[in-house]
Design a protein around this ligand. Structure first.
Ligand code: ZN
Ligand code: ZN
Length: 426
């Protein structure tokens, strides 16, 4: 975390490419007051200067003194990261980083979410409401509790915070386990339970009918299993949810959970909405994520467009494992469910690994990874610090602390306000 992000108020930091923008720099504390008096500001476009030549000369900007800081004006030519140095460029007083974006990304904002996590209603450790509070405490903007075979716990989490002023968006969800089918599927956000449909005879009848319709099906490939997957994915979409193909390379009981032939068929025909690119694996299982990532790149090289998510699949928030290690950043117009679902489907997401003590690593399309790495370094640490307090208060509220509600009300809207402050207005 760069010190300037705490010491200086620099805004906007996310600007529109091709547009002249005024940046304001305000020292927040006495010990950085000198920044307000510099006569020289140096700008480095990380990928190259205006002429897009092979050489990148630093550009010198002349600051204007304003009330309690300085301003510089610059036309950020194109989408990339820009580095600003204040004072003598050989020995700058401070350094800050900006990002210029093309319109499609500029009009979206980054939301952190976990789309696959368990509570004690299945084999997790804590109550659904606790998992929600703990999720906000680690900086999640949205999440769904996705217990095995169960949809109700996700609703229980939402109900616990009904009429409570929080900024975490809690959506319905479940981990779907179709009978006689090894594939695990996440129903993220769907407005009804797919697990709840398996008791009915209709499921087997419809899957059977679907299986018979596949005329071009490879022989001996278990067309019933594939049809069962397609049926579940369709049902999730019917409910307005995102249908996630989970952990294909999870190694369990001396084999991969999903047979390779079935994984190949699913990746080839893509009946799902999103692939769990980074799943919730323990250190001894990291190979599984490596395989998923390698497979994703191979499929993309073959011309496939693959929507992706990263998930913790955590079974406990206080175990020191999985929880917070993996998540998704969705670049969406808002954190509302239809926007999140549509943005993932149209390839505006990255899957993140953020293991303790390591630099977070984003996976996905190159352009988004580049921007995400900037956000993870420069913006999310500030965002996440705001979430810590809100998450703690959510936990205090469900523990019966009568003051928590009032404090939550006072805190509400802080992460949105941070984004409004850091994003250029046009
Ligand atoms: Zn699973
Ligand atoms: Zn799971």
């Amino acid at each position: 975390m760069r010190n300037a992000n705490y010491n200086l108020d620099v805004y906007p930091k996310i600007v529109r490419a091709g547009k002249e923008t005024t940046l304001t720099v305000r020292p927040l504390y006495d010990h950085v007051r000198a920044v307000a008096a510099v006569s020289e500001v140096t700008l480095y476009p990380a990928e190259g200067g205006p002429a897009q030549t092979a050489q990148t000369p630093p550009l010198t900007l002349t600051p204007t003194v304003v009330d309690d800081g300085i301003q510089v004006r610059y036309l950020f030519e194109r989408e990339q990261e820009y580095i600003l140095l204040f004072g003598n460029r050989e020995k700058p007083l401070a350094e800050t980083h900006l990002y210029a974006l093309d319109d499609d990304l500029f009009t979206r904002r980054p939301y952190k979410g976990d789309l696959h996590i368990h509570s004690c209603r299945s084999d997790g450790k804590e109550s659904p409401a606790y998992v929600a509070g703990a999720g906000r405490r680690i900086g999640l903007d949205f999440m769904a509790i996705t217990d095995h075979h169960q949809y109700a716990p996700s609703l229980e989490a939402s109900r616990a915070f009904e009429n409570v002023p929080i900024d975490l968006h809690l959506y319905p969800g479940e981990e779907v386990h179709p009978p006689d089918n090894p594939v695990h599927i996440i129903n993220f956000g769907g407005n009804f339970s797919v697990n709840g449909l398996f008791k009915s005879e209709l499921y087997r009848r419809e899957v059977q009918a679907l299986a018979e319709k596949f005329t071009d099906f490879p022989p001996d490939m278990g067309r019933y299993t594939y049809a069962s997957c397609v049926w579940c994915f369709d049902k999730i979409r019917e409910g307005g949810g995102l249908a996630v193909f989970c952990h294909p390379y999870w190694y369990t009981h001396h084999r991969y959970d999903v047979p390779e032939a079935l994984t190949t068929l699913l990746l080839d025909r893509q009946p799902y909405d999103a692939l769990e690119l980074i799943g919730g694996y323990h250190p001894h299982e990291f190979e599984s994520n490596m395989l998923q990532v390698a497979r994703y790149h191979d499929e993309r090289a073959r011309g496939k467009r693959i929507p992706i998510v990263g998930v913790s699949d955590a079974h406990g928030c206080e175990t020191g494992e999985l929880f917070g290690w993996y998540y998704t950043i969705v670049f969406a117009p808002s954190p509302e469910l239809p926007d999140l679902v549509e943005s993932v489907k149209t390839l505006y997401s990255v899957a993140v690994e953020a293991l303790p003590g390591q630099t977070p690593r984003a996976h996905g399309p190159f352009r988004l990874v580049k921007y995400a790495q900037y956000l993870l370094r420069e913006i999310f640490p500030v965002h996440d610090a705001l979430c810590v307090e809100e998450g703690r208060l959510m936990l205090a509220h469900i523990a019966g602390d009568a003051n928590a509600l009032e404090w939550l009300r006072a805190y509400q809207g802080r992460t949105a306000a941070l984004y409004d402050h850091l994003w250029a207005t046009a």
